[in-house]
Ligand binder design. Structure first.
Ligand SMILES: [Ca+2]
Ligand SMILES: [Ca+2]
Ligand SMILES: [Ca+2]
Length: 615
């Protein structure tokens, strides 16, 4: 779920590595992957890998594969407003589940992914929203029971089976967790639907309903929570009778553990204390909430041995919570024998502003954050007409992160997601309405080449590899991989294929799937690309060449990365290390040798790229 950086709100209704000399055997491995054979026998020691060694595949289980028809309605009966199930509507459950994900692991691993990030699996409130505007918790961000898998997705046993199957392949499993809020259960009697934010200054804790109200919570100063007994300082708090006991663990049913100040405007104090469009915002300063959340999520690590957490709405929680929560999760993981547990927060932005995301690593002490700056910079240069220096500027800011440029290696990077940015192909189509399908495909591949070779942890959003586009907006970015019944999904032309979402799209011969698979294997077989320092060689203030070198941390060998964002060919000399005399082509077409010590003559076609291994 995300907040827009400028206040605009979009609501989501939201490996050790072989050297390059073993490339031919990796190509063989890729061939085996495409044939759909099981990989369990070849599982490497996934626990030894660092976060930056992974290629992540992010999916929403409801929209991926339906492995069990019997759970489509979540064990509920009645119409869609009761069960949440309506496969014809983009805002309701479609039937996908955890067994479905387990059935498609060959497909995911064949793409070159080494880790899977699955959207929240916890039990959600099936349907919420004012009359006429209801939608379902198919996305997983409206949790009522933090201890149990949503009945639409299967059982906790299905979850264990999936995590074990992922691990048996030498892959990692990342959970998507929410600490900021629960489902919308708490109501305020003074308002219906939209409830404006009521600030602490206007509605102090020690008065009921405003500064001139009756004294309550005597002596509460914002820290001594034993004195906070009455939640009715800003609004009169109510919970519908039939929902008084629906949250788990049971302590979550007490309204005293929520801010109860109305809807966030995503500005000032309300950014951390306001409700995310009605979702009950937890009082994350409260020690009971801190210990409760630590117990919940340490429980999932201990029971299932998952390898990391993506943290939803991380910037809408006070930094002090993360300063306690993060070390607790890391300690819990170490105790379970997971030395490199990855934690990355969602700090959503609508522009390239690395200072904004870096603060959450500096102040909140989040080990990592999703790299929204990368998303927008790549889109600006590949879909739009910005100069390639926008990418250079982004990477120049890497030392801002806690731990410096080294820490930037662990930022999950992405070019598409499940919120309003949506699929890259849709963004390219909207930015380049005149472009033919072939050009959209080239731009899309170029962006994925950047994603899979530059610093950060490449995170592929499911459907991108099948050319999914979409109209923009979160629900439009969550197309089914199995045969869809949503009319507006089916009318979207996919890139690089004549297929539509009317039939299942698990096609390993799609040109994007094949290119991503090839690039992912180049990445994971070269430490320069997973762990290597990055040096910008060339950028300019208009579309054209972007040239970057990365260096194997042990051998210091140079890997030259070349991208052409322009619709014209590029031909120019590029600075390299004087010792980099010859180049092996890993992707695209590389110069075979330096023209002179320290200089290579680069030739790239329109929207072309190359990965060149120096020796
Ligand atoms: Ca199902
Ligand atoms: Ca609420
Ligand atoms: Ca909050």
């Amino acid at each position: 779920m995300r907040r827009a950086g400028d206040g605009r709100v979009s609501f989501p209704v939201s490996w050790s590595l072989p050297t390059s000399r073993t490339w031919s055997s990796l190509a063989l491995a890729a061939t085996i992957a495409f044939s759909g054979m099981s990989h369990a026998a070849a599982a490497p020691d996934y626990r030894a890998r660092l976060p930056e060694d992974e290629v992540i595949y992010f999916l929403l289980p409801d929209r991926f594969e339906n492995g069990d028809r019997s759970n489509d309605r979540g064990g509920l009966s009645g119409d869609r407003l009761k069960t949440g199930y309506d496969p014809t509507s983009k805002g309701f459950f479609h039937g996908g589940d955890l067994k479905g994900v387990a059935q498609r692991l060959d497909y995911i691993q064949g793409l070159g992914a080494t880790a899977v990030w699955v959207a929240p699996v916890f039990q959600n409130k099936p349907v919420q929203g004012p009359p006429g505007q209801e939608s379902a918790g198919y996305h997983g961000y409206w949790i009522t029971d933090f201890t149990r898998v949503d009945s639409h997705f299967g059982t906790n046993a299905d979850f264990k089976a999936l995590v074990d199957a992922v691990h048996a392949r030498g892959m990692k499993f990342y959970m998507d967790i929410v600490v900021n809020h629960t489902a919308d259960v708490i109501r305020f009697t003074e308002c219906r639907g939209s409830c404006p934010y009521r600030s602490i200054a206007d509605y102090p804790y020690q008065r009921r309903g405003g500064v001139s109200g009756a004294p309550i919570n005597p002596g509460f100063d914002g820290t001594n929570f034993e004195r906070l007994k009455d939640p009715n300082y800003a609004y009169s708090v109510t919970v519908p009778t039939d929902e008084k006991d629906i949250k788990r663990p049971a302590w979550l049913n007490d309204p005293i553990y929520y801010h109860n100040r109305g809807d966030s405007t995503f500005r000032g104090e309300s950014s951390t204390m306001g409700d995310f469009v009605g979702l009950d915002d937890l009082f994350t300063e409260h020690p009971r909430v801190v210990s409760g959340m630590i117990d919940i999520y340490c429980g999932w690590i201990t029971k299932y041995g998952v390898d990391g957490f993506r943290i939803d709405t991380a910037q809408h929680v006070n930094p002090e919570l993360w300063q306690k929560f993060v070390p607790a999760m890391q300690a819990c993981a170490r105790k379970k024998g997971i030395p490199h547990f990855h934690i990355f927060g969602e700090v959503a932005m609508d522009d390239v502003d690395p200072a904004h995301t870096a603060v959450n690593t500096r102040v909140d002490k989040l080990p990592s954050v999703l790299d929204f700056g990368f998303l927008w910079a790549v889109r600006d240069v590949v879909a739009g007409d910005h100069g390639t220096d926008e990418l250079a500027k982004l990477f120049r800011s890497d030392p801002l992160y806690e731990g410096g440029a080294r820490a930037a290696l662990e930022l999950p990077t992405f070019v598409s997601n499940h919120d309003s940015p949506g699929h890259l192909a849709g963004a390219i189509r909207r930015a380049q309405p005149q472009a033919e399908d072939g050009e959209v495909l080239k731009r899309d591949m170029l962006a994925h080449a950047m994603l899979l070779t530059l610093r950060g942890v490449p995170t592929i959003y499911f459907g991108d590899e099948q050319g999914f586009g979409g109209k923009g907006g979160d629900q439009d970015a969550r197309q089914d991989m199995f045969a869809s019944e949503v009319a507006t999904y089916k009318e979207d032309p996919l890139v690089g294929t004549s297929a539509t979402t009317a039939q299942a799209n698990f096609n390993p011969t799609h040109p994007l799937y094949r290119e991503i698979a090839a690039l992912a294997r180049i990445r994971t077989s070269h430490r320069a690309l997973t762990r290597g320092r990055q040096l910008i060689r060339y950028a300019q203030d208009k579309p054209g060449l972007f040239a970057v070198s990365r260096f194997d941390p042990a051998t210091k060998r140079e890997m030259l990365l070349l991208f052409n964002t322009s619709s014209n060919p590029v031909s120019q000399n590029v600075l390299v290390e004087t010792r980099s005399a010859r180049f092996d082509t890993l992707a695209g077409a590389c110069p075979a040798a330096a023209a002179a010590p320290g200089s290579v003559a680069v030739e790239l076609p329109a929207f072309g790229y190359a990965v060149c291994d120096a020796r």
